[in-house]
Design a protein around this ligand. Structure first.
Ligand SMILES: Nc1nc2c(ncn2[C@@H]2O[C@H](COP(=O)(O)OP(=O)(O)OP(=O)(O)O)[C@@H](O)[C@H]2O)c(=O)[nH]1
Ligand SMILES: [Mg+2]
Length: 323
């Protein structure tokens, strides 16, 4: 790297696409140097808004995100998108679909779209999602959209990452009320009845309205729901307005700060866990504590519970000597 030129971090801050892409890959793949990068990323204040978009497979999330990008671009905002594919990293099917749906923005330098395969548990977002979003915020994207398919843990976890969560629902996906009962009401800040041009959209809308009235009797259900036809863009301006309205309400009530607090706590806990585990592995490599205990377990001289306690006690002493 040219020593007189801008640093990698400065190029990320300037929103240079190659630097942003590399930073996201570093974070997503846990490549060498990612911890140093993260440490730097989190030292700067950001002003972006992170919108989570979740819902069942094929609900039209990517099409809706594409329409939202157009909406935000029209008002001059820069938009970054992370689409998380919860399926196996080997299929790549959904990733391709997401890219294609948002293709018309591919040449716009003020739009950045990236797909990430989720790792670990089924549907789990993993810490990399939040961190990739942070990279985008820091790179000057005013709006960061995270698309996650609502299966497994992902739809719950998106709450731990986003400032606002859009729950996309579609008519004809079985028993609507049943879907909504399964904890979904707690996840969505805004319910989007998409495919509003389809048969059954009126009924779904009425059902969602009824459920919202039950959950928040004091409030007008329209504040918490929108109806869209993502393919034509119908209703998307109204949705964008409602997003702004909800965010403003969160700001006023203090909910926005509370949420950001929860997000950073979640990140902190994740890194704490990683630090502790890493240190233990270093200790174990040096002292072979586990290997040593196994011998005493096999011969019946010790039990795993006591052995674990002894190892932790010795590990703690080792830590005291090293920190
Ligand atoms: N009729 C109609 N079709 C729609 C609408 N929105 C999306 N679609 C279609 O629904 C299909 C799935 O759309 P996607 O945007 O890929 O859905 P998705 O939720 O991102 O799908 P996954 O990421 O695979 O879960 C596509 O064929 C879209 O053209 C809509 O409002 N009306
Ligand atoms: Mg999609």
């Amino acid at each position: 790297m040219d020593a007189s030129g801008p640093t990698f971090f400065e190029r990320i801050r300037a929103g240079q696409p190659a630097a942003v892409a590399r930073a996201i890959s570093m974070v997503a793949d846990r490549r060498d140097g990612y911890l140093e990068l993260l440490a730097e990323l989190y030292r700067y204040p950001v002003e972006g808004v992170v919108i989570g978009v979740t819902g069942p497979p094929g609900a039209g999330k990517s099409t809706l995100v594409d329409a939202l990008i157009a909406q935000y671009r029209a008002s001059g905002r820069r938009v970054g998108v992370i689409a998380v594919d919860p399926s196996s990293p080997f299929t790549g099917g959904a990733i391709l679909g997401d890219r294609i749906r948002m293709q018309r923005h591919a040449a716009d330098p003020d739009v950045f779209i990236r797909s990430l395969a989720s790792r670990g548990q089924l549907g789990g977002l993993g810490p990399a999602t939040a961190e990739a979003g942070r990279v985008l915020e820091l790179a000057g994207f005013d709006v960061v959209i995270l698309e996650t398919v609502g299966v497994g843990q992902a739809e719950v976890e998106v709450m731990g990452v986003a400032d606002i969560v859009l729950m996309v629902l579609v008519p004809g996906s079985g028993d609507h009320v049943q879907i909504l009962k399964a904890g979904v009401m707690e996840i969505g800040d805004l319910f989007v009845v998409n495919k509003g041009d389809r048969d059954g959209a009126d009924r779904l809308q009425a059902e969602v309205e009824m459920l919202l009235r039950l959950a928040w009797p004091q409030e007008e259900p329209a504040r918490r729901m929108a109806r869209t036809v993502a393919t034509t863009g119908e209703g998307v301006a109204d949705l964008a307005e409602k997003i702004t309205g909800r965010l403003l309400a969160f700001e006023r009530s203090g909910a926005r700060v509370e949420r950001r607090k929860r997000h950073v706590e979640r990140q902190l806990r994740g890194h704490l866990q990683r630090e502790v585990v890493e240190r233990f592995h270093r200790y174990d490599r040096e002292r072979h504590a586990v290997e040593g205990a196994v011998a005493s377990l096999v011969s019946g001289q010790n039990d795993p519970v006591s052995a674990a306690r002894t190892i932790v006690a010795e590990f703690t002493n080792w830590l005291k000597g090293t920190v």
